[in-house]
Design a protein around this ligand. Structure first.
Ligand code: SF4
Ligand code: SF4
Length: 614
């Protein structure tokens, strides 16, 4: 999303620059405003600075010192901040301006950045506060959040208290900033958003403690941003990420992007949007969010030189976060699977931990699976139906998984049930366990096509890389497949080499796919299956490095695999069952599937792994 503001304007929103008369700050930078709806009155804190920041967007017209530079007054090279209290009318026009009087708390001026920066506004237990980072209290620029109480009189606005908040013990970090105050939860901040960390401060005893850390991480470097605002039964905020880069000449540069994050009231992260630019710039920063009726107000700085307030209907957030029913207080929490047109649920209909899949293909990590799986051998028809009933119709049901699907005698019933329930169906089978009667019962189904669809028949090969138990009955079935080849929708064949003599009279040749390590699982399998050692050079491997990776398949992270015990594995690479994302017998589909762009260790070893949002 490269222009969030345009989406807001297209939906009936409006944007207003926040400009104060030039005598207040000599026309220098105005930036990073914060907004608060205080009992119906819209209040803004506007940050004014004593310099002009210059950023050469698109790397055009760079300053000799690089694309990102600060232009100071000649007689003052410090980066100073002052804060201005504004009141706005219904059209978001400024009706009152007061410089916030901080004379009771003079700046220490021991470092280069002076003053309270990027202060967010909020009201806790009837007292009006602002909270931002201060770095001028020592000679090395140690940053800590400060909370300051503000008193608003008829003609003046004064700071009447100041407390430098320690980090929770051991309080030894260099710089803490952008903590997000939780508007309706006094003394709580979201200190960090990945994983979510909530701290609670004690103004009397001057302490700060961590009260919640999420055990799940999205793998994305979400930082702070606006305040955390209650919305329906949830909390919402706008966070930022920054990519610190270098110009061609090695000078400092940066690209800021934002996201919308949604938590439940226990601070469990439920959803996050794709990253976006607010107005298409590289240096933008959101420090304010408030609700005004059914609209949101968002305040942000553009290139540290301009400040804006953007008003837009809440449906913009709903659409971006894929929330279907805005009138409901209960938001359906994870429709991220709709970010792909090809969501798929694959079923493993049986796992025999003693013997593995009877076909025992050399490039299939069956021993790894046998060592990892615990639970019932067969998926019962009843449990299959219970699972399918929970899965949205748009999700394709695929019969493949970690073993041959027709090793379960109920497989044909399952295929028919999922088809009758309205799902698209695809099948990957060797035909082992299937009868001619089974084929007759399912041949009419319009099997799905691209991507990863089809009715694929895996034939035996002459080198016995796949060890189909070949019997007369099996050959007859393959001959029947031969007769139906043009009648079955999206029918195709494959083999791991030249076709085995027993069935080559039906299908003389077939496509042989390139072999990969199943996201590294074949390396583990090699220790368990000596046969594989002689074929180590016949499959490819990849390792992307330690950077977080997510799924680059067209299905994104929404091609998952149900096991006979109801566990859902991330994808068909996960033979070691290292990424069980939920249990479909016990949870809803939405609870089970991952959030878009989540990163998994397995993806670092998979040919389909990509950077989030790549
Ligand atoms: S590739 Fe398929 S048929 Fe071969 S062993 Fe694995 S699950 Fe069985
Ligand atoms: S391991 Fe990751 S990248 Fe590979 S298919 Fe699975 S989810 Fe996609």
């Amino acid at each position: 999303m490269d222009n969030f503001a345009k989406i807001c304007l297209d939906n009936g929103g409006k944007i207003t620059p926040l400009i104060i008369p030039k005598e207040y700050n000599n026309g220098l930078g105005l930036m990073n405003p914060s907004v608060l709806n205080k009992d119906g009155k819209i209040i803004v804190n506007l940050r004014a600075v004593n310099y002009t920041f210059y950023h050469s967007e698109k790397k055009l017209f760079q300053h000799p010192y690089g694309p990102l530079t600060y232009l100071h007054p000649e007689n003052d090279i410090k980066l100073r901040t002052w804060n201005y209290y504004l009141e706005l009318d219904d059209d978001n026009e400024i009706t009152r301006v007061n410089k916030i009087d901080t004379s009771k708390f003079p700046d220490k001026e021991l470092w280069d950045f002076i003053g309270l920066e990027d202060a967010r506004l909020f009201e806790w237990e009837g007292k009006f506060y602002m909270s931002g980072v201060r770095r001028d209290t020592d000679t090395i620029g140690t940053g800590r959040m400060e909370i300051c109480e503000i008193e608003v009189d008829k003609d003046s606005v004064k700071q009447i208290s100041q407390w430098r908040i320690p980090n929770p013990p051991p309080d030894n970090s260099y710089c803490e900033k952008n903590w997000m105050p939780v508007i309706d939860r006094p003394y709580h901040y979201i200190k960090w958003s990945n994983p979510t960390e909530v701290v609670k401060i004690d103004l009397e005893n001057k302490t700060c403690e961590t009260v919640f850390i999420d055990d799940k991480s999205s793998g994305i470097n979400f930082r702070g941003g606006s305040q955390v605002v209650p919305w329906k039964e949830y909390y919402i905020a706008i966070t930022h990420e920054v990519d610190l880069t270098k110009s061609e000449t090695g000078r400092k540069d940066a690209i800021y992007s934002h996201r919308i994050l949604l938590w439940d009231k226990n601070f469990k992260l439920l959803k996050y949007s794709e990253e976006f630019s607010i107005m298409g710039g590289h240096v933008e920063f959101c420090t304010g969010l408030a609700q005004k009726g059914n609209d949101f107000l968002m305040t942000f700085g553009f290139q540290d030189n301009a400040a804006y307030i953007l008003q837009f209907p809440e449906k913009v957030f709903a659409e971006i976060l894929c929330i279907e029913d805005l009138s409901s207080q209960e938001i359906s929490v994870n429709a991220d699977w709709k970010t792909t047109n090809h969501p798929t649920m694959e079923f493993t209909t049986s796992i025999d931990v003693k013997n593995g899949c009877v076909v025992d293909c050399v490039f299939c990590p069956q021993r790894t699976l046998q060592e990892s799986y615990k639970g019932e051998r067969f998926l019962s028809l009843e449990n299959f139906k219970k699972s399918v009933d929970k899965i949205p119709k748009e999700v394709r049901i695929t019969f493949a998984g970690f073993t041959e699907p027709w090793l379960n005698p109920k497989c044909t019933e399952m295929v028919l049930y999922a088809h009758e329930k309205g799902h698209q169906i695809s099948i990957f089978t060797t035909g082992i366990g299937m009868t001619i009667k089974d084929l007759d019962r399912i041949k009419h189904i319009p099997f799905a096509g691209y991507p990863n669809g089809n009715f694929t028949l895996h034939l035996p090969d002459s080198e016995r890389k796949a060890k189909h138990p070949i019997t007369n009955k099996y050959v007859k079935l393959i001959e029947y497949f031969g007769e139906l080849r043009n009648d079955i929708n999206n029918f195709q064949i494959m083999a791991m080499g030249p076709i085995h003599d027993s069935v080559s009279h039906v299908f003389p040749t077939a496509h042989s796919p390139e072999m990969w390590s199943r996201a590294g699982n074949l390396s583990r399998e090699m220790i368990l299956k000596p046969e594989l050692l002689n074929r180590a050079n016949e499959f490819k491997s990849i390792y992307h490095g330690e950077e977080p990776k997510t799924c680059g398949c067209l299905e994104k992270l929404y091609h998952n695999v149900v096991l006979p015990n109801g566990d859902v594995s991330l994808c068909c690479m996960d033979y070691g069952l290292k990424h069980i994302i939920g249990n479909i017998f016990e949870q809803s589909y939405e609870e089970v599937v991952p959030k878009n762009n989540s990163c998994f260790n397995l993806c670092k070893f998979c040919e389909n792994g990509v950077k989030p949002n790549e």
